[in-house]
Design a protein around this ligand. Structure first.
Ligand code: DGP
Length: 113
């Protein structure tokens, strides 16, 4: 499958990993928009949030737990941070492999969209 995140996860192209476990990985965004900008993605190729059914709901919960853990490790937990999942073209999703953005380290705009 020609998926850039599958290639990062599979080690075919380099990723700056900050966390890995059996089901998810986290690596630094190549084009950060905040001092902390981490992508959390499942190892399994899942195209988007729209592909999450009840059987896989636990995976998204686990991604949130990992985001919280990384936020604590990176020292942004106390001041606050943002977790975002872009879904589909109008949702701003560019890479069609489910991922969560963890953003922090500066005051983020309260404006959505
Ligand atoms: P989204 O718009 O939600 O699909 O976000 C995709 C993000 O992926 C975007 O912030 C840039 C990042 N990205 C794209 N290609 C690469 C890559 O090759 N390596 C890394 N580390 N990040 C990438």
């Amino acid at each position: 499958m020609d998926c850039i995140f599958c290639k990062i996860i599979g080690g075919q192209i380099p990723g700056n990993f900050v966390y890995q476990d059996e089901t998810v990985v986290a690596f630094r965004d190549i084009n950060p928009v905040a001092p902390v900008h981490i992508l959390i993605a499942p190892r399994e190729h899942i195209g988007s949030l729209a592909d999450i059914t009840e059987e896989r709901a636990g995976l998204v919960g686990h991604m949130a737990v990992v985001a919280n853990q990384i936020a604590r490790q990176m020292g942004i937990a106390e001041n606050g941070y943002r977790v975002t999942i872009n879904n589909g073209p109008e949702g701003g999703q560019v890479v069609p492999h489910l991922h969560m953005h963890l953003l922090g380290g500066r005051q983020l705009s309260g404006r959505l969209g």
